[in-house]
Design a protein around this ligand. Structure first.
Ligand code: SF4
Length: 362
């Protein structure tokens, strides 16, 4: 198990963040927040996938006014993402948000920050101080910042200033994030701030991009930090439907042994000139077949008898392709040789059987 950095514990509604609490997975809705039905439906979908904290954008009054109705219909903590307007922050707090995400530098006057902090303290909710490289860059107009990585000291300095402001008001329910779209800048910023305070950290590579490259950037950036014990809650930020963010977040955490898988692991070969079966089609069917199966299950789908049988035998259920057939294995034992056109259905049946047996006798 990777030893974690020691931090305070901050509660986002029912979810503790920091200390020994599991590293929580969060996402952000892509709906208009004032579309209450659409937003609630998306949150329910994410909740079912294991999303533990949800953030909604609050860009205007209508969004702030939707907070109570959304809050009343969901189970997981609701975080209001605020920029520029302390009034919207106050309305969201008043409306029952379980936390606020704020870049204090975006509020025009120090007294506005004070009002928001006072309201959060009265309600007993945390504030995430979210400093992004983009906002620093915009404000400082890049006078002294030439490269993406040169922005790191400025991000850290700004964050530490905000922490001091909050602490001077006696407020310690703080979570921090210092996201950049550059992976190494993100890693550097979090490393420095982690060494300078004990507040829990919300990790993310901001604007990571579409699912392919975005997943890689997030896995590398978050993976480096998590492997060093840094990070208490994560958001993978991808362009597209947010369910992908939750799935990728769990894959990252599971790969590091920091959280249990949410769905069975599928081991599959990349295929090569030796492949004897239609492996991509089989994988699609296996992905369907493992839906709802116990997450501890490992299924291996291999294209030929060169490396296939070894991997297939190590998995709970495995198949190694042959010419016009496949060898089906269950927990190391060869079950039978199956004609290629029946492979998908027999594999699915074995997954179902073993899934049921595991559920009844975990
Ligand atoms: Fe190629 Fe067989 Fe390895 Fe798949 S298992 S990559 S088909 S050698």
């Amino acid at each position: 198990m990777i030893p974690r950095r020691k931090t305070r514990v901050v509660h986002k509604g029912s979810v503790p963040v920091g200390g020994d609490s599991p590293i929580s997975v969060q996402s952000m809705t892509t709906t208009r927040t004032d579309d209450v039905a659409g937003t609630v439906a998306q949150i329910h979908e994410l909740e079912a996938l294991g999303c533990e904290i949800i953030r909604v954008a609050v860009p205007d009054r209508a969004a702030a006014e939707a907070i109570p109705a959304i809050r009343a219909q969901i189970q997981i903590p609701l975080i209001a993402d605020i920029h520029f307007s302390h009034r919207l922050a106050l309305a969201a707090i008043e409306g029952g948000a379980d936390g606020i995400r704020l870049n204090p530098g975006n509020l025009k006057k120090p007294e506005y920050v004070r009002e928001v902090v006072t309201a959060a303290r009265e309600r007993g909710i945390p504030i995430r101080i979210g400093v992004n490289s983009g906002s620093i860059r915009a404000r400082d107009q890049l006078q002294v910042v030439e490269g993406e990585r040169d922005i790191v000291p400025l991000m850290v300095e700004r964050t530490l200033d905000y922490i001091r402001q909050f602490e001077d008001m006696g407020f310690h329910d703080i979570v921090l994030s210092l996201k950049a779209s550059d992976v190494l800048a993100t890693v550097a910023a979090y490393r420095v701030v982690a060494s300078k305070c004990d507040y829990p950290l919300h990790l993310g590579v901001t604007a990571a991009g579409p699912p392919g490259p975005g997943t890689i950037k997030s896995a590398v950036g978050l993976g480096i930090l998590l492997a060093e014990g840094i990070g208490d809650t994560i958001r993978v930020s991808l362009t597209g439907p947010p369910h992908q963010e939750v799935e990728v977040a769990y894959e990252i955490l599971a790969a590091l042994g920091l959280r249990e898988r949410r769905r069975p692991e599928i081991i599959a070969c990349p295929t090569c000139g030796r492949c004897e079966i239609d492996l991509p089609a089989l994988i699609e069917q296996v992905q369907e077949a493992v839906r709802g199966a116990p997450p501890s299950l490992r299924v291996a789908v291999m294209g030929c008898v060169v490396n296939g049988p070894g991997e297939a035998q190590e998995a709970d259920i495995g198949v190694a392709g042959g010419k016009g057939f496949g060898f089906l294995f269950r927990r190391g034992k060869l079950l039978r040789k199956v004609p290629a056109d029946h492979l998908a259905e027999e594999l699915a049946a074995e997954i179902r059987k073993l899934g049921e047996a595991t559920k009844n006798n975990p």
